[in-house]
Ligand binder design. Structure first.
Ligand code: UD1
Ligand code: BG6
Ligand code: NA
Length: 365
């Protein structure tokens, strides 16, 4: 079943041009999107006072990646909830809320308990899951199957990118009644259709990421700085590294750098800075300058053609990725970090598909 690949994680990373295609199949049209599972609920979603995203682990990070474009295209405020934390706080969920549950397996205990809680509180409950027939799919009022195909590696990869794409289609569908964002929606629709080919392109970085991994093999820690559309990329990239390569890694909001993380910077600690093109680009350029002036050991992810714009001194290592519509850039940017985590794990001699102490589906609290 792994075919020519050594591990499921590797196979699933390289499958993404295909899994992204199947997520959009029959749903993405030039004129808009058609999500059969949401059709009858769009009006209710549009009337809701809040969208609350709820999930755990990588699925939470996918929702975080979706938050900016859901807010932008729907105008509805989006709240983020880690399922266990919502339950710990017994946080407010109202009848006027649309609660969106994101889960690859559809069986994560905390997410399902949060679903029961939201149902009791009268919210409209929407599922985003990879598993037809799962508890999440059955108990939600409606939802979207991401159709990424079975994912076996404990570290979620292709489900992450397909979840983001499913939520982009959700945002387009909910926002489709708004005239003012029509041109923007069109840009995102053509961006979505270009994703499979851009994913194939970025996968060509495989050998380069293996080489980068070999230079990081003895590091004790790795920081990842992102902001805006790519804050989630920083969290998810760091999560991949810690869960499979068993290396300490933290994703950080670049805008918070001066409020603590800067104290860690020296010539040894590797720091990945995500600085692809979007409205935050110049802010990331100045973050890079400030890290370099403290002798930071930088690896900068940038758009093709931007190597000298992000690092004029030439003293950073650069990862060049193809550009897509800004809000979809997280789908492309995570792929080199998945490859990095994969190669780091193999080089460090750890189990890629069954990381120590972790389970694919956490069905107990
Ligand atoms: C559906 C069919 C698909 C078929 C297509 C043809 C299924 C599972 N899907 O896809 O095989 O090719 O019509 O038009 O038979 N749902 C939830 N919660 C979730 C996820 C989904 O309640 O977390 C519900 C949806 O609201 C919907 C149903 O499950 O009622 C199927 O969802 P989905 O597979 O996403 O719908 P389609 O894309 O229309
Ligand atoms: C586990 C998995 O911790 O559950 C992660 O190891 C996953 O990969 C998380 O992101 C949430 O799982 P699910 O199925 O709810 O998306
Ligand atoms: Na359902």
């Amino acid at each position: 079943k792994k075919g020519s690949y050594d591990h499921f994680m590797q196979k699933e990373i390289h499958e993404q041009p295909h899994s992204l295609t199947t997520t959009m199949r029959g749903r993405l049209k030039d004129s808009g999107v058609l999500l059969g599972g949401l059709k009858e609920y769009l009006k209710t979603i549009r009337r809701s006072r809040r969208v609350v995203f709820i999930g755990c682990g990588t699925s939470y990070n996918a929702a975080l990646a979706a938050r900016p474009f859901v807010e932008e295209l729907t105008g509805i405020p989006v709240a983020m909830e880690v399922a266990s934390d919502l339950l710990d706080r017994q946080g407010p969920i109202y009848r006027e809320d649309t609660a969106v549950f994101v889960s690859q397996s559809g069986e994560t205990a905390d997410t399902l308990f949060a679903l029961d809680y939201a149902l009791e509180n009268g919210a409209l409950c929407v599922g985003i899951t990879n598993t037809v027939g799962s508890t999440l799919s059955r108990r939600t009022h409606c939802g979207v199957h991401i159709n990424a195909g079975c994912e076996i590696g404990v570290a979620s990869t292709k489900a992450y990118t397909s979840q983001i794409v499913a939520m982009a289609m959700l945002a387009l569908a909910v926002g489709s009644d708004q005239i003012s964002t029509q041109a923007r929606r069109q840009v995102i629709i053509s961006g979505l259709s270009s994703l499979p080919s851009k994913a194939s392109e970025v996968l060509k970085l495989d050998a380069e990421m293996k080489e980068l991994a070999s230079s990081l093999i003895d590091s004790e820690s790795l920081l990842v700085f992102g902001r805006g559309y790519n804050y989630a990329t920083a969290l998810e990239g760091a999560l991949k590294v810690k869960e499979v390569a068993l290396m300490h890694s933290e994703g950080m909001l670049a805008g918070e750098m001066k409020h603590g993380p800067l104290a860690l910077v020296d010539e040894n600690l590797p720091i990945i800075v995500i600085a692809t093109r979007d409205a935050c680009f110049s802010k990331q350029q100045s973050v890079i300058q400030q890290l370099l002036s403290r002798k930071g050991r930088l690896i900068v992810m940038c758009s093709e053609g931007d190597a000298s714009a992000v690092c004029p001194s030439g003293s950073c290592r650069v990862i060049k990725v193809p550009e897509v519509a800004d809000c979809l850039q997280p789908v492309i940017n995570i792929i080199p970090l998945q490859l990095l985590a994969y190669h780091l794990t193999v080089l460090r001699g750890f189990d890629v598909d069954q990381p120590r102490n972790l389970a694919k589906s956490v069905t107990t609290q």
